[in-house]
Design a protein around this ligand. Sequence first.
Ligand code: CDP
Length: 224
Amino acid sequence: MDRKFIISIDGASSTGKSTLARKISNLLKFIHIDSGAMYRAVTLFAKNNHLLSNNLVDKNALIKLLPNIKVDFVKNNIHLNDTDVSKDVRDENISNFVSRVAEIPEVRSFLVTKQRNFTINHNVVMDGRDIGSVVFPNADIKFFLHADLNIRVERRYNELKSLNSNICKEEVKLNIIQRDYTDSNRQDSPLIVPENAISIDVSEFDINSLFEFMMKKIHSRLSQ
Ligand code: CDP
């Protein structure tokens, strides 16, 4: 294989994108880029610099500080300015602000450049909201995962409950509804089904059969 092979997996929150991207990348020995973690890391940077308050982001200040932000993956863990922040970026407070940060066009172009650079030397599985539509419109194979809201809430609630027993299901639901709305309605790179994507309702599968289904599609594309 000469040129780099790119697999994009897009979809709304809690559809299993990252879990599947991880499994696929492990099997194929591709690198996995969780683009959502990059938006979360920028949001954490904004929080650490006191740029988040009352549901508002100090956009101008954040844009000015973008050159001070270094985001990398080390062994699949997201690092912000050389510190592993993979736990911190999953914090509820970050989830509540991340879509506001992700709608800033300057933040998007800053991260999209980095996302494209990851494919210079590597075959990649990248998951997110705009990977097949904007970041890699010519990806070799594109998936779009979707599921009913209540199924996604249940999934995210169980995931968060194992980390924090005080978590409230209504808050989890509200956060997912708000992010679905902001991510789908923003001007720059909204969440859409990318052209030529294989669209899958994940509620029809368990994770292993979904993985097998996606791998069949990938193998048939790899052998073309
Ligand atoms: O884990 P979950 O699916 O809840 O979210 P995530 O993948 O960590 O993404 C967090 C947020 O980052 C999303 O709600 C979007 O606002 C933003 N995002 C984006 O705008 N574009 C991407 N390619 C990936 C994430």
